[in-house]
Write a protein that binds this ligand. Structure first.
Ligand SMILES: Cc1cc2nc3c(=O)[nH]c(=O)nc-3n(C[C@H](O)[C@H](O)[C@H](O)COP(=O)(O)OP(=O)(O)OC[C@H]3O[C@@H](n4cnc5c(N)ncnc54)[C@H](O)[C@@H]3O)c2cc1C
Length: 597
């Protein structure tokens, strides 16, 4: 079955729920964007992703990447597709217009990225890493770096890779050992080996840029002694033209569970020549510009895969006939009814629908905060939105990918045995989406970042702003909603607020509390936020139905799904809170040597 971009739902989120055009026209940096321009962009994005990229997904999975003549060959069709996409401006969709980017608001780029991820998660990685590296260079690079690199990254002449991980340094980057020795002329010589580097080598473009974390000779220990360097596969001359081959090579390709079309490389830097990006020893901070951008993109990988799986399983559930609808044996003359009639299949379908449509609204909500942080004319509003982005980023990465995995598994279950075999494509989605929970900082690390650094460290202040926003909505626009769509959200806000107060106080006494509670906390807050967004979507749907402008089926389905969410998915917040209040004692009690034989 072909991928069909959910354009109607995207319009609903962007225009009806987020009132994007009104926001853009109120800010100088985005005032040129109208709903009609953006809709035309999304329509073209939908055409390209469904016609050009989606067909490469199953073939890319079967063919995979391979070492070839000292380089890496990507699956057939990847090279042409990458060029077409870049020439159309899609790699630089959110990029800086001064250097050839399109400068579209993040609320729009998230929607396009979702389509790209639905079409092919493996292919999308080459695009998202390149646009993330461009953002990092634009923010922290020298003028020459911006002038030489950004136009080539946006145009698709070059791609970029992110080089953090080493064999002994994964989550703990403070352990990394790659060294950078100063050379004459302000350059550096880099030596070390990075592993698991996505897009480290490939045949899509003539050059590859590497953003590499390494240590200078006088560097302090740990994460405070890390600097960021730009290494080009081919050394760049004064004008930024690639010439001689640099001493960076792919030593091996990893064999993986999924995303077979994406190259995952062991990269050797054998005295490769590089340049410093930003200030010495401040590399991790600069790299976070790229990592935070990738975290939202990886969240969208979860969402995109779940959307594709949802489309496949809904179509299947409409066709597949097994069993009779209970309670009405004489109704159907067919031997069996479509499995859609069974409540348990409904449960699986509605859960997917709630996560996918809730996730789309959540991604747009994150995009809105990023747009405000970049473009709002008032500095205090930019700062507030920036703090909100810091709070939402670990959620965007971890909650969207956890729900992405859940959605793909539910779709596979809807298919029964047919979901386990290759033919229908759901099996590939399950394999491909799994990595999204692991890379770009595992979801456990995201949860600790959320609870430890974003909530407990500031005594819950920024979280308090978010809870206040939710309460304001419930007291204002949400007050017109039926109690069943409003009260569960209010209850979850109260539960989470009281739990947060308890955690902030207890964390000073119990050193393991944050780590023990983090994953549950992230899930509870994610469920609450989706609940808030479902209530907002329900309020819009209720208004549209009252206005009688048509599309009753679409809006009624929003209300029905919101109700399902409030009754079946939101109440888990209470039990998660209860679990967290147990503290860390039971988790830490057992002696390490007694955990197993
Ligand atoms: C296909 C693929 C592509 C990748 N692409 C890139 C790339 O392009 N660039 C790049 O630099 N890296 C890349 N990575 C690396 C990836 O980001 C890391 O694998 C990931 O960050 C986890 O590091 P690790 O594998 O060393 O696990 P570890 O850090 O060893 O973690 C193991 C387990 O311990 C937990 N853990 C670790 N520390 C703590 C702690 N302090 N508290 C609580 N729990 C903890 C983790 O959550 C995890 O469950 C890629 C990996 C893969 C598999």
């Amino acid at each position: 079955m072909e991928y069909r971009a959910p354009l109607r739902d995207m319009h609903f989120v962007l225009h009806e729920v987020m009132a994007a055009e009104t926001l853009w026209q109120s800010m100088p940096g985005t005032a040129e964007f109208s709903a009609s321009v953006v809709d035309a962009v999304l329509e073209e994005g939908a055409r390209l992703t469904s016609e050009l990229i989606a067909p490469l997904n199953p073939t890319g999975d079967r063919e995979g990447v391979r070492l070839h003549q000292g380089g890496v060959a990507t699956p057939e069709g990847y090279r042409e597709a990458y060029r077409t996409l870049a020439e159309g401006g899609w790699v630089g969709l959110g990029g800086n217009p001064e250097y050839g980017g399109q400068g579209l608001p993040v609320m729009v780029t998230t929607l396009f990225e979702e389509m790209l991820q639905s079409a092919s998660g493996a292919f999308a990685l080459y695009v998202i890493l390149t646009s993330g590296a461009a953002l990092c260079l634009d923010t922290h690079g020298s003028e020459a770096m911006r002038a030489h690199c950004l136009p080539r990254l946006y145009s698709g002449d070059w791609t970029a890779a992110m080089c953090l991980t080493e064999a002994h340094a994964g989550s703990d980057l403070g352990l990394l050992r790659t060294r950078a020795e100063p050379l004459e002329g302000g350059r550096y010589r880099l030596a070390g080996t990075k592993i698991f580097i996505t897009g480290g080598e490939h045949d899509l473009t003539e050059n590859i840029l590497y953003l590499v974390l390494a240590r200078l000779p006088d560097a302090p220990e740990g994460s405070r002694g890390i600097s960021l360097f730009l290494v080009s596969k081919f050394l760049l001359d004064e004008e930024g033209r690639p010439g001689e081959r640099n001493a960076v090579h792919c030593g091996a390709l990893e064999e993986k569970m999924g995303i077979h079309g994406s190259s995952t490389c062991v990269m050797h830097f054998d005295d490769a020549v590089g340049e410093l990006i930003g200030e010495p020893h401040r590399g991790l901070e600069a790299m976070f510009t790229m990592m935070n951008d990738e975290r939202l993109s990886v969240g969208l990988q979860g969402l995109g895969a779940a959307e594709r799986a949802w489309q496949l399983s809904l179509a299947y559930a409409r066709e597949r006939r097994q069993g009779r609808a209970p309670g009405d044996p004489g109704r159907s003359r067919a031997e069996a009814d479509p499995i859609l009639v069974h409540a348990d299949v409904r449960r699986m379908l509605l859960t997917q629908k709630a996560w996918v449509e809730g996730g789309r609204a959540f991604a747009a909500h994150c995009g809105r905060q990023l747009d405000l942080a970049r473009h709002h004319p008032d500095a205090s509003q930019r700062q507030r939105a920036g703090a909100m982005v810091a709070l939402l980023t670990p959620l965007a990465k971890a909650f969207m990918t956890d729900r992405g995995m859940e959605g793909c598994l539910l779709a596979q279950q809807v298919f029964g045995g047919h979901g386990y075999i290759r033919e229908w494509g759901v099996e590939q989605l399950v394999r491909d989406v799994r990595i999204s929970q692991i890379y770009e900082g595992t979801n456990g690390i995201q949860a600790m970042d959320l609870l430890g650094r974003r909530v407990v460290a500031d005594g819950g202040e920024v979280l308090g702003w978010l809870l206040e926003d939710i309460r304001d909505f419930l007291a204002g626009e949400g007050a017109a909603l039926e109690a069943e769509l409003r009260d569960p959200v209010r209850a979850a806000v109260d539960q989470l607020e009281s739990l947060t107060r308890w955690l902030v106080a207890e964390a000073t006494e119990d050193a393991h509390l944050v780590s023990a509670a983090a994953v549950d906390y992230l899930e509870a807050l994610g469920r609450l936020l989706y609940g808030y967004l479902w209530a907002r979507m329900a309020a819009v749907a209720r208004r549209q139905l009252a206005a009688g402008g048509g599309e009753e089926g679409f809006y009624q389905a929003k209300l029905d799904t919101a109700r399902f969410y409030m009754e079946r998915l939101l109440p888990k917040v209470a039990s998660l809170c209860q679990v967290m209040r147990q503290g860390s004692a039971a988790t830490m009690a057992i002696a390490a040597e007694h955990l197993g034989p």
